[in-house]
Design a protein around this ligand. Sequence first.
Ligand SMILES: [Zn+2]
Length: 306
Amino acid sequence: MRKFLLLWLSLSLPALALAEPLRVFASVLPIQTFVQKIGGEHVDARVMVRAGFSPHTYDPTPQQISALAGAALYVRTGVPFEKAWMERIRAANPGMALLDARAGISLREVEAHDHDEDGHEAEHRQAADPHQGEHHAHGEEREQGLDPHVWTSPRLAIHMAGRIRDKLSELAPEHAAAFTRHHAALVAELEALDAELHRLLDPLPSRKFMVFHPAWGYFADRYHLTQVAIEHEGKAPGARGLAALIDQAKQEKIRVVFVQPQFDRRQAQQVARAINGAVVAVDPLAADYIANMRAVGRQFSQALQP
Ligand SMILES: [Zn+2]
């Protein structure tokens, strides 16, 4: 009997200790994946921008806002919806720790168009916002020109993984050894991914690619590629802008226009038709980061073959 009791205790006590995993919210799916991999069974990682939605325009649901009440940590990445929502996210749980996954990363600027701005549209924008000049003086407005898609570089993902491990260890020091172990395994996977992407992309003779929404800037920087975006500052180009992009694509012998599932693909199709090329979907927000980035690498490699 005593033996059974001891057996019962030894089986159930660890289960009791695991009963309350640390609830952590991340803004986007790839970061949720990193948090879950590092946290393992000690963490319940959740995502704010759900699959299929754009982090540029996302509105958290009332259920998500109330779920924040039980969260120990929020991991932000600087995606645009945070600008409108961060104060409310914080207010939902003032005791929740906040980690900015971008800290320590020097953010790149979103590339400006090579060609002249569509004069008409620029005028229109100015008329719509007479205080535009003033706003530029504020810090948050300055952030707008900076590229928020940091996780598209596996090298920067490794950097963020280190910050996530440190923060989880600070919040649950009793599991620090497990976090360190899981982190090391994740970093090994990311290193292998980075090496594979170098092998795939380094030998390509043509290095310029076209994309509707410029989500691949850090990826491009890492593998010495150049991103040409159809969208500019979150806006689709006018007819003149589009014509200039088509000219550029022809000159650069671009044959593929990349799109991502969260954005409209009509303008990409228009460009692709004009250059006799194809539209290819690549997703910077997939939850299965490593398998997805491998697939992305192969798609870029195919698109940029001579
Ligand atoms: Zn984006």
